[in-house]
Design a protein around this ligand. Structure first.
Ligand code: SAM
Length: 284
């Protein structure tokens, strides 16, 4: 790090801030509602890391080069909010548990079961889904193969999700029977998701803006909670349509509660589940 790098957040002129946010929107398709001081703090961290002391030199990085793309990713990593927890919005997981039970009991039993946490942050959402699925599968059809993937725009989030290690206090959100079965307690003060669950869950870097070219499809279940907030209304609808395309017929899509974007896509119907924004794919 260059000693010249200032410790004080840089003064951002409103023109500079606007230009940066505009470019961020064009580049990543997302809008950031953080306050000026949060944005300035994030820029300060990046400038310190790069050894820059002048905000103009930092903004000049954002041309069309490969280096600019890498810097966008690093800045987005700092600007996006990763807030998450296990079984956030428990009703969504009750809905999931019932859906999987019905799927496995109704017959014909599927030959495999797959699910996706889109905007997975540090992994708690995907692991919560996996615990519910594994529990249902082991009761009904232990031979059934399942696998889950998590995707996020943040490389740091993906790295932490892959480690699957969480502090003891995070366990209070996990129903006791799942915690006992699926969280190892060999680390002393921290717990790791069991090998059996980790072996079937994988995390990838991916921007939902480019979901139409994502090499994932044919899911039984997709969760996309508290992530669409980064996109404008029209883009949110487009992303939801793309997610539905990646569901099997009969598949379940769960968005964050309160993220109902009044969307009436074809081939889906809204499930009546209190407090949950859930859709089932009916055809297409
Ligand atoms: C508030 S967290 C939600 C985490 C989890 N889904 C939950 O509900 O607990 C939002 C996540 O969306 C990710 N994100 C933001 N914009 C994204 C994009 N364009 N593509 C993929 N992920 C994005 C952020 O990095 C962050 O991890």
């Amino acid at each position: 790090m260059n000693a010249a790098a200032s410790k004080r957040p840089p003064e951002l002129g409103s023109g500079q801030l606007e230009l940066l946010m505009q470019k961020l929107h064009t580049h990543a398709g997302i809008r950031i509602d953080s306050t000026r001081s949060v944005i300035a703090g994030s820029i300060q961290s990046r400038m310190a890391y790069l050894g820059l002391s002048d905000v103009g030199s930092y903004l000049a990085i954002f041309d069309e080069s490969i280096g600019a793309r890498a810097e966008w990713l690093a800045l987005i990593d700092l600007l996006t909010v990763k807030e998450t927890r296990f079984f956030r919005q428990p009703e969504a997981y009750e809905c999931l548990a019932q859906y999987v039970d019905e799927l496995l009991c109704a017959g014909p039993t599927p030959s495999e079961l797959s699910f996706w946490s889109a905007g997975c942050s540090h992994g708690q959402e995907l692991y919560s889904m996996a615990m519910v699925v594994e529990s249902a599968v082991s009761r009904h059809t232990p031979w059934l193969q399942w696998h889950g993937i998590g995707t996020d725009i943040s490389f740091n989030a993906i790295r932490q999700a892959q480690q699957a290690i969480y502090p003891e206090e995070a366990m209070r959100f996990i129903p006791a029977e799942y915690c006992d079965s699926y969280m190892d307690d060999k680390l002393g003060g921290r717990r790791r998701v069991t090998d059996a669950i980790r072996a079937r869950t994988h995390f990838f870097h991916s921007n939902l803006l480019h979901v139409d070219s994502a090499p994932f499809a044919d899911f039984n279940i997709i969760f996309c909670q508290n992530t669409l907030i980064y996109f404008e209304r029209e883009r949110q609808r487009w992303i939801i349509d793309q997610l539905v395309k990646r569901l099997r017929v009969g598949g379940l899509l769960i968005l964050g509660a309160g993220e109902d974007v009044s969307w009436l896509g074809q081939n889906v119907h809204r499930l009546e589940w209190p407090g949950v924004c859930a859709y089932k794919k009916t055809g297409g």
